[in-house]
Design a binder for this molecule. Sequence first.
Ligand SMILES: O=C(O)CCC(=O)C(=O)O
Length: 276
Amino acid sequence: MLHRDPLRPITETEVAAYQRDGAVLLKGLFDLDWIEALRQAVDDDKAKPGEMVRYNTPPGNAGEFFVDFQLWQRWEPARRFALEGPGGAIAARMMEAETIAYYHDHLLVKEPGTQEKTPWHHDQPYYPIEGRMVGSIWLPLDPVPRDICVEFIAGSHRWDRWFAPQFFRSGTPDLQTQDPRFETIPDFDAQRHELDLLSWDLDLGDCIFFHALVVHGAPGNASLQTRRRAYATRWLGEDTRYATRPGQTSPPLEGHGLEPGDPMTCEMFPQVWSRI
Ligand SMILES: O=C(O)CCC(=O)C(=O)O
């Protein structure tokens, strides 16, 4: 059954961990029917990707790092997940929000043997959005052992630093997005031993909830048997406002009709949850 609510209440300890660290593992929130339904959407999407698809593995390399967006506008299980799934209630609880709008989805598949990493970054500089209530649910559709899980730098969402966004495929130019706050992202791999890094083993039904300013990156998928299909969805609370950024934003979502300063709610970013 595709449950509308999370399978269990989220605890105060989990909310506090999110506020402190910017990312938290939430065990056992999704019933497996959601996972099955979304796997179908992923297979359909890989066979017939959308306009924003990105192939991040250079030809000749092992595996495949496949990225696509906005499955919810093309595939029914993803649409139901956005509009009728437990994500809105989870995001509201974690961000202590009164209302939640659905921003977009982001599929990141690393097929067995994929070497390409997801580079260190944080998400909000990619978005034309101001506000603190911007969060993601990273929902794996395969069990994810810790050695291929996304890693988060604990507390980095509170650094008050904004790093210039880059495309994930190495060797491609950055997005040329202009903002006086942006700085070049340091080589956090070189600083690993000094960082408080968070990552976890995830079973089916578990997810990670994380803040759009927490710095994160992910290894490739060294497994030669197991896929790493991750379905990331982005959720916005009521303090978010549309902001223009000269240069590219990603994903390039156009045609929403919002003006700078508008609340981030419209047909493209529908309100999916409200406390009243
Ligand atoms: O799944 C990954 O490899 C990285 C996920 C990520 O960067 C994100 O969801 O923002």
